[in-house]
Design a protein around this ligand. Structure first.
Ligand SMILES: Cc1cc2nc3c(=O)[nH]c(=O)nc-3n(C[C@H](O)[C@H](O)[C@H](O)COP(=O)(O)OP(=O)(O)OC[C@H]3O[C@@H](n4cnc5c(N)ncnc54)[C@H](O)[C@@H]3O)c2cc1C
Length: 445
């Protein structure tokens, strides 16, 4: 088949490579000057940075992890790191996840957290139903102490809203439940570790996370057209037309609100739903520093409190690969979310640095490079109407003959490994189409 893929983020290019390997004639249309989307990286003054905040390579799926590693040239071109993540809790460093680091809090806060955790545990055993909104879910799952001392301030900082207007559905399967024995062990000072699937990660030695995209495009067997925005998509009998050119199949990975105006045949009510799929944006402040001694061996840290400045997370990016900074230097990336209201400039980036200095993270006098990147589509606003809205949108696409997937192409809160996993499922769906004609719905729907 001749297949158009809209968007050359990792979703688009990974699928293109797979479909080309199956013998299809694949064209990828990308609006910007090169492939990569949220996985792009950049060079600034000899430093390497990722555009959309710190990215790491990991996956629960071994086949996907191997696929990612292969695109980077295999293990010998990757740096393997044992994750070291901490929370800057007032003037203390607390290991992350917070439930596993509770023993590092003040004695009063440990009692608050344990009392609430045990109470929440008992209430759930007695049948307390899972709340629909995220704010109440935090109390239901973690108890009042954990809520007050970390979960609520941190999540308000990242989501920029009252947590009770967010749905709790998105956390299911994403935030693993710490066994009560682990939390009790941590409370009495025994070390435990959470999030085992992320305890080790990999990162390209050179070129930042984008190296994986470059390796996907290279010898991918498909045609990548850059500076080629999708402007018009429509059916033409059994086939489709994209910007006037005929294709047998169209797969979208472009954020739905950006591509909706191009699709001629989306019904009005579905257009209305797509326009309400509001993104949360991210300013990533890129910071290069001169070092007299090595950086602390941290992967990234969380900053839950407003007095620590606007950043919610800081990546110790030159720890991912020593080639991310010139000799004698190191680099950080500080992430600040917003809902479209923030106009970031150099002065804002400098303010973020000063706040990090005040919070004891870096020395602002040692900063030699500062820059920032604003990504409009970074996180999904999963408000209480989100599930129903996205259900209708996916339902229309899945029965329309088009295929749509990707972080914002399907509004699934996916990391790049999950996007690649989805691409593998879309490949199976395209095989079904090639073998049997068009099934009623994709198997992944
Ligand atoms: C802060 C943050 C941290 C993350 N950390 C990790 C991590 O540690 N590990 C990990 O694996 N993943 C991580 N992710 C997730 C990862 O970035 C995404 O899952 C992945 O990059 C999404 O790829 P995509 O192809 O679906 O979408 P995108 O990357 O958004 O690609 C969409 C493409 O469509 C293009 N486009 C837009 N409009 C048009 C148009 N009209 N016509 C044609 N093309 C168009 C865009 O230019 C873009 O290239 C993180 C994301 C964020 C925001």
């Amino acid at each position: 088949m001749k297949i158009a893929i809209l968007g050359a983020g990792i979703s688009g290019v990974s699928l293109a490579r797979m479909l080309a390997a199956d013998g299809h004639d694949v064209v990828v249309l990308e609006k910007s000057e090169r492939a990569g989307g949220l996985c792009k990286s950049r060079q600034v003054d000899g430093f390497t940075f990722d555009d959309a905040g710190g990215h790491i390579m990991f996956s629960k799926r071994q086949d996907v992890l191997q696929w990612m590693k292969d695109r980077c040239g295999g293990d010998r071109h990757l740096v393997r790191t044992e994750r070291q993540t901490k929370i800057r809790w007032h003037d203390r460093w607390v290991p992350y996840p917070f439930e596993n680091g509770v023993g590092h809090l003040t004695k009063e806060a440990i009692v608050d957290c344990m009392e609430g955790y045990i109470d929440a545990h008992v209430q759930r055993r007695l049948g307390a139903p899972c709340p629909e909104n995220f704010g109440d879910w935090i109390e239901w799952r973690m108890g009042g102490g954990f809520a007050r001392h970390f979960m609520v301030p941190y999540n308000e900082k990242i989501w920029k809203c009252d947590l009770r207007r967010m749905s709790s559905a998105w956390v299911a399967g994403r935030v693993p439940e710490a066994p009560i024995r682990d939390v009790l062990s941590s409370a009495v000072g025994l070390d435990t570790q959470g999030y085992a699937h992320q305890s080790v990660f990999w990162f390209p030695e050179h070129g930042g996370f984008e190296t994986m995209v470059v390796g996907t495009v290279r010898d991918g067997g498909f045609e990548l057209r850059c500076n080629a925005p999708v402007e018009n998509v429509r059916r033409d009998g059994d086939a489709f037309r994209v910007n006037g050119e005929r294709y047998d199949l169209v797969v979208n990975t472009v954020p739905l609100p950006l591509v909706e105006p191009a699709f001629e045949d989306i019904p009005d009510e579905i257009r209305g739903d797509i326009r309400e799929l509001v993104p949360i944006s991210l300013v990533n402040v890129l910071i290069g520093v001169k070092l007299d001694e090595p950086m602390p061996p941290l992967s990234w840290i969380y900053l839950p409190f407003p007095e620590q400045g606007p950043a919610n997370r800081v990546t110790y990016y030159s720890n991912y690969s020593p080639h991310n900074a010139p000799a004698g230097h190191g680099c950080y990336m500080a992430e600040v979310t917003h809902r479209g209201e923030l106009r970031a400039d150099r002065a804002f980036a400098r303010d973020v640095c000063r706040a990090l200095d005040a919070a004891g993270i870096l020395d602002a006098d040692r900063v030699v490079t500062i820059d920032h990147v604003d990504s409009r589509f970074a996180y999904i606003d999963q408000d209480l109407g989100f599930d129903a809205r996205i259900g209708r949108v996916r339902g229309w696409f899945d029965t329309s003959g088009y295929i749509t997937f990707g972080r914002f192409g399907r509004y699934e809160y996916h990391n790049s490994d999950q996007c690649i996993g989805r691409a593998m499922e879309v490949r199976e769906h395209v095989r079904d189409i090639a073998d049997t004609g068009r099934p009623a719905r994709p198997r992944f729907a």
